[in-house]
Design a protein around this ligand. Structure first.
Ligand code: NAI
Length: 385
């Protein structure tokens, strides 16, 4: 099957590499000549590095590269079985692009968007045949991150969903099925990892280094929240939070942080700007955490309770199955354990108590426990047997 990818930026070029590595002929289109040139050069470098490391041989590298046609002409999408759009995150532009795509490809071509924050339904609505439109959400970098969220819109027919999932599974990816709701799974459930850490800092409970130490050393997360936000970029992470908050009608659970906003406004984006919560200039001495285990454990317990609450509420609202929710967080953001499995281990009654304590203390709806937690504690049920 010929695969089309529109947009040759970070995501589009990665997706094209994945498709070509899996034996597909790929057409990678960008309306910017310079961007398409860059994508081609970058892929050559990546493939050369893979050869150097002995991951692939020279012939395979050449085969992969030769399978991708780099072009600015989207008419080349003709004959594709799937086109994945990965252009700028703007609804108005995506809508125009989708209605144009529909005129180029055949009736049986699936049209997918890699959007991370827009509703798939609103993009699909731009097409006459919106039944074949779906969200296929890769994570960055697409060739390395195993998780892909499959997001049927309300208009999408089952056949489209099944074919899309089967194809992406055949590329060796871990797919999870999720409803077309803000943040899908990962960008919704992970919000407290950042938001609650920022709130803990703002209250003066601990500094960045101590919170990071607690979450990585005591919590088992690969990276602490501030180190991770500096990696992602505070501009990007803040704007995702803001868009999820607005999309949930300003539910206080997703309330953004002024600390992060100010860091972003100051241009303290993180690694890419040389300064974020930490400084990345040469000769900087990394601040030492205060390794007080009592404070550390309090921090982990609080953030983890909030994360579990998000995962349970997503299950309650049928955003995804328990298995897919756990897979999404372990494969998409490298959590040490699925949050529902973790909840079973801690005990839902313990999690409920932590949330109720926070809700009582702050009088803030942000900490309201999901109804499903209450129901399950009452019935003594677990997520897994
Ligand atoms: P990017 O800015 O690196 O690349 C976008 C590319 O699209 C640029 O090369 C631009 O020239 C091209 N483009 C813009 N308008 C176009 C049009 N009308 N026709 C053809 N090409 C056009 O963006 P990135 O980061 O690759 O993101 C692309 C999409 O993937 C966005 O929807 C984003 O939300 C989503 N996404 C991004 C992730 C990330 O971590 N960067 C992760 C998952 C999804």
């Amino acid at each position: 099957m010929k695969i089309g990818v529109l947009g040759s930026g970070a995501m589009g070029s990665g997706i094209a590499q994945v498709a070509a590595t899996n034996g597909h002929d790929v057409v990678l289109v960008d309306n910017n000549e310079e961007a398409i040139g860059k994508a081609s050069g970058k892929l050559q470098k990546i493939l050369a590095r893979l050869v150097e490391k002995g991951k692939i041989d020279e012939t395979t590298s050449q085969t992969i590269f030769s399978k991708i046609e780099f072009t600015t002409d989207n008419q080349q999408f003709e004959g594709c079985g799937l086109v994945i759009e990965a252009i700028v995150e703007r609804l108005d532009i995506k809508k125009v692009v989708f209605s144009e795509l529909e005129k180029i490809v055949g009736d049986d071509c699936i049209l997918a968007t890699n959007t991370s924050s827009l509703s798939v339904a609103s993009i699909a609505a731009a097409c006459e045949n919106s039944e074949r439109v779906i969200g296929i959400h890769f994570f960055n970098p697409a060739p390395l991150m195993p998780l892909v969220e499959i997001i049927p819109a309300v208009q999408t027919v089952d056949e489209t969903t099944k074919s899309a999932r089967k194809l992406i599974d055949s590329w060796g990816k871990v797919t999870v099925l999720t409803k077309d709701t803000p943040g899908f799974i990962v960008n919704r459930v992970a919000r407290p990892f950042y938001g609650e850490a920022l709130k803990i800092y703002e209250e003066g409970v601990a500094d960045f280094a101590t919170i990071d130490w607690a979450m990585s050393e005591l919590g088992g997360f690969r990276m602490g929240p501030f180190t991770l936000m500096d990696f992602i970029g505070n501009d990007i992470n803040y704007s995702v939070t803001e868009s999820v908050f607005a999309a949930f009608y300003y539910d206080p659970r997703y309330r953004p942080s002024l600390t992060q906003k100010r860091h972003s406004e100051a241009g303290w984006f993180g690694r890419k700007s040389g300064r974020g919560y930490y400084s990345y200039s040469e000769n900087t001495i990394k601040p030492e955490p205060n390794k007080d285990e009592t404070v550390g454990q309090e921090i982990v317990d609080r953030i983890l309770a909030m994360l579990i609450n998000e995962a349970v509420d997503a299950l309650f609202l049928n955003i995804a199955t328990a298995e897919d929710l756990d897979l999404a967080m372990t494969k998409g953001v490298n959590y040490p354990k699925g949050l529902l499995k973790w909840a079973d281990e801690i005990g839902l009654d313990v999690v409920l108590k932590r949330l109720e304590n926070l809700q009582n203390l702050y009088g803030d709806d942000r900490y309201r426990p999901s109804s499903l937690i209450k129901k399950m504690v009452k019935s003594g049920k677990k997520f897994y047997n």
